[in-house]
Design a protein around this ligand. Sequence first.
Ligand code: NAD
Length: 472
Amino acid sequence: MPKKKYEEIVVIGAGPGGYTAAFRAADLGKNVTLVDKDPVLGGVCLNRGCIPSKALLHIAKVISEVDRLSKMGIRFGKPEIDINQVRDHKDKIIARLNKSIAQMAKARNVNTIKGTASFLSNSELSIKTENGTEKIIFDNCVIAAGSRALMLPGTPKNNPNILTSKTALELKNIPDTLLVIGGGIIGLELGQVYAVLGSNVTVVEFLPTLIPGVDKDIVKPLYQKLSKQFDDIILSSKVINITDNDNDTLLVTIENKDETLCKEFDKVLVAVGRKPNTDLLKIENTDIVVDENGFIPVNEYQRTTVENIYAIGDITGNPMLAHKATHEGKVAVEVAAGQPAVFDVQAIPSVVYTDPEIAWAGLTEIEAQEKGVAYKKGEFPWAASGRAIVIGASQGKTKILFEPNSNKILGVGIVGSGAGDLISEAVLALEMGADAEDLCLTIHPHPTLSETVGLAAEVFTGTITDLYLQKK
Ligand code: NAD
């Protein structure tokens, strides 16, 4: 007979959403069990996503910076890359953070189980572990089981030359040639890492732009940089076939409206989106309604269609971002603990951690045009920022969209060094319902890139002195 126990809150999945939910629940005085099939806590973000990719992107950025220094009179030799040491460095960062999460779980008396959780009913879970199966009856459950890489249909199975973001981050070797399928966030971040480490990278994107959905002017400086770093960027094209060339290389057929190309690559990285891990949960044993793509819809309290089961993070749908999951995790357990919490945010920022970085929050121009939302904009080119020039980042840009009558901020897009950090001011401004004047009257330290946020607002109000604008 499997062991049976009772728990106030069970959290399935120990990614940033799941462990945050578990820790917050414990801090609210609840008995909590946190279940994950991985041997370590931290989920995709820490173990095979955000953190390892940023460790590698940091290295890529420093190599690019060193390259820029050569134009400033400081020359280093060609970098010598010890891939084993790079991998060790990345793995040590992961291990350090794994340890810190485990320590925090222990300090809070969160019971952690390494096992696969599946539902038996609306109030009972089965947990399959190395030592057998146990059952947990719960008052509340938070599903934070995340997502995994989508594969293109017809892709050769179990072929070591086909990479996903997970296996690409293992960094087994640096292939001579790499095809990245998908010019979205994962494709470009990892494509840039491999290009800087020495691969000849080609990207194929189905749509006519890289990072579709982001304003073209914001993507442009990155496109220009990648055009130099990559062998080729093939837009408006799709991969229709991949065949295994005797387990050595891959033959890839790429098609667009004008031609069909057949090219050979050492490795192919598939980065065409992610799908929810709902299929592992035996959700059919509950009354939870799942949408046609397998995502679990939730209300503003993060509740599923079952009162005592909540869902957070990637499994609830786009945007699949760790910081959204974290916020949702807190809401879910606060609601479960009877607190007046609700997911009610004005904007969820997105960041592409390439060099240059891209970040946006709130309305984009593409979205405004699609939805017919009226807006006016203020743009500050970083070519007029002393700090940007000093650090060789003058290609950057800060753009703010405003509501034409109230001058309230509707959205912000930034491209350039540190855009991911700069966007936080915009998110706070959106959250506080700030307008152009609020940004203009906020003293930004000089000389910083953060000034560009205030200066973009000054361009809009016409009070800027750092640029000369023709009187209208
Ligand atoms: P994505 O949706 O960002 O990009 C996938 C791209 O692949 C799209 O541009 C799409 O048009 C293209 N595509 C689809 N099918 C194709 C085909 N057959 N041939 C060529 N191109 C094709 O997905 P992703 O980059 O895999 O990322 C998945 C999720 O993970 C996203 O939700 C993303 O937000 C999240 N993520 C975020 C970060 C970050 O915050 N920095 C980092 C990594 C991943």
